[in-house]
Design a protein around this ligand. Structure first.
Ligand code: ARG
Length: 465
């Protein structure tokens, strides 16, 4: 395919450079955005009298035909084209002749590519939010289902205090909820229309930028042409939202991997989401979790790649910026694979509620409550903490639990202990009494599930509106 910019050159480009600089292998996925953007541009040019009505119509019809063929899967994309923008324009001109050569009036590939990427990014933000919403609604189901399921909570991966599995699930709900908000922000950043920036300095044609924004459903137009073509902050916002989201998935995966070990034995992954070993017949490996944890690294890499590409660039457009797409698409594709796989894996995972309960009773998870009991009897917290610690020390030596100590043994440590201590340090009362807002008690978890459902209904609603 002859170069559309070949006018000032005496020699063709070297084949090495052709191959090196071509972006069509990865930017052809923006073809629908490119055509939709060009249709809006041509429509506006005709409305403004920059193009004749007849040329405008020919261009729009020609672009629609290419779009239909692409959607039907019959369009053959020319891999020899420099990029998707050149491919579409050259094909259009091949088909409709002279009028096709007028499409690029008042436009540069610099503002054209900025437009296409913004349009693609908006779609990506919406799609990721939809995937997150499915995970969030599963977490709400699990929060409710396991609101009363007692388990051990950890700090430093050491047993800390009893909580509920529903409470644990709702912690992840909060994390992925914030991810939705981050993708909403990334959407808002992308939702600004850059066409009319030209190569860097706008254009002399009487373009109606607001009209193009309206045709393409953008909320605003960019305010500075130089920034319009050199800004990729919206992709960085997408990539940083993607990185945080992957970090959240990765933490969850790490826990599920741990819980699936023989040592924990509190989660059993469905066979459909587990893999075996080629040598060890007994193995059932949590590959979905491990791969998600592993892929977090590549998404961080994508963010770091684009941050580094952008850091030394003088205004305005530089070809370095063509590197934005592979990083962005890779992170997007990774999320598109990880989120549904993770959601279904979690949905089918079985939690061993008896094992969770049994495990919560080990490791003195009620030691804080024993101290709190003494505080209730008027003992200062620091003294109560010390007494509880000394009883834990005694139990460690004798391999017993706090609830196994007799009232005499307890009273030897502090005279304030009475018969009601046993009820006060039962796992049920440790959990049930933590019923403040945000606590692990079943009623607090159910209240949190209720708030979560309201939030999700509102946010899924906004998505559709
Ligand atoms: N393929 C290019 C990119 O992805 C399109 C913009 C090229 N502009 C230019 N002046 N060479 O960034």
């Amino acid at each position: 395919m002859a170069k559309l910019w070949a006018g000032r050159f005496e020699k063709p480009t070297n084949a090495l450079l052709d191959d090196f600089q071509s972006s069509i292998p990865f930017d052809q996925r923006m073809l629908e955005c490119d055509i939709t953007g060009s249709i809006a541009h041509a429509t506006m040019l005709a409305e403004q009298g920059v193009l004749t009505q007849a040329d405008g119509e020919r261009i729009v019809a020609g672009l629609m035909e290419i779009l239909r063929e692409y959607q039907a899967g019959t369009l053959v994309v020319d891999m020899g084209a420099e990029d998707v923008h050149m491919f579409v324009e050259a094909l259009l001109t091949e088909r409709i002749g002279e009028a096709g050569k007028r499409l690029h009036t008042g436009r540069s590939r610099n503002d054209q590519v900025a437009l296409d990427v913004r349009m693609y990014a908006r779609g990506a933000c919406i799609h990721v939010q939809e995937l997150l919403q499915k995970l969030l609604s599963l977490l709400l189901e699990l929060g409710e289902k396991y609101a009363t399921t007692i388990m051990a909570g950890y700090t430093h991966l050491q047993k800390a205090q009893p909580i509920t599995l529903g409470f644990h699930m709702m912690a992840y709900f909060q994390m992925f909820k914030r991810d939705v908000v981050r993708f909403e922000h990334a959407y808002e950043e992308a939702d600004v229309m850059p066409l009319g920036s030209g190569a860097l300095a706008g254009t002399t044609y009487p373009l109606n930028r607001e009209r193009v924004a309206e045709l393409l459903h953008f909320s605003a137009v960019t305010d500075n042409a130089l920034d319009g073509v050199s800004d990729r902050d919206f992709l960085l916002s997408f990539l940083s939202a993607a990185s945080v989201c992957m970090m959240h998935l990765s933490r969850f995966c790490e826990e599920l991997i741990l819980w699936s070990t023989t040592e924990f034995g509190t989660a059993v992954m469905d066979d459909g989401f587990s893999t075996g070993s080629s040598i060890m017949p007994q193995k059932k490996n949590p590959d979905a979790c491990e791969l998600t944890r592993g892929k977090t690294g590549r998404v961080y890499g994508d963010l770091m790649a684009l941050l580094t590409v952008m850091k030394g660039l003088p205004l305005a457009y530089n070809k370095d910026m063509q590197e934005d797409k592979e990083a962005f698409f890779d992170a997007y594709d990774t999320l598109c694979k990880c989120l549904p796989t993770f959601t279904e894996m979690l949905r089918t995972t079985e939690f061993r509620t008896e094992k969770l309960y049994e495990s919560a009773g080990l490791g003195f998870t009620n030691a804080t409550d024993l101290a709190d009991y003494l505080v209730g009897k008027g003992v200062p917290f620091r003294d109560a903490h010390h007494v509880s610690g000394s009883l834990v020390g005694k139990c460690v030596h004798e391999n017993r639990a706090l609830c196994d100590l007799s009232l005499e043994e307890l009273r030897a440590a502090h005279p304030a202990f009475e018969e009601d201590i046993y009820e006060a340090i039962s796992l049920e009362s440790c959990v049930n009494r933590r019923r403040l807002i945000g606590g692990p008690a079943p009623e607090a978890v159910l209240a949190s599930v209720k708030r979560g459902n309201e939030w999700l209904a509102k946010h899924s609603g906004e998505q559709e509106a």
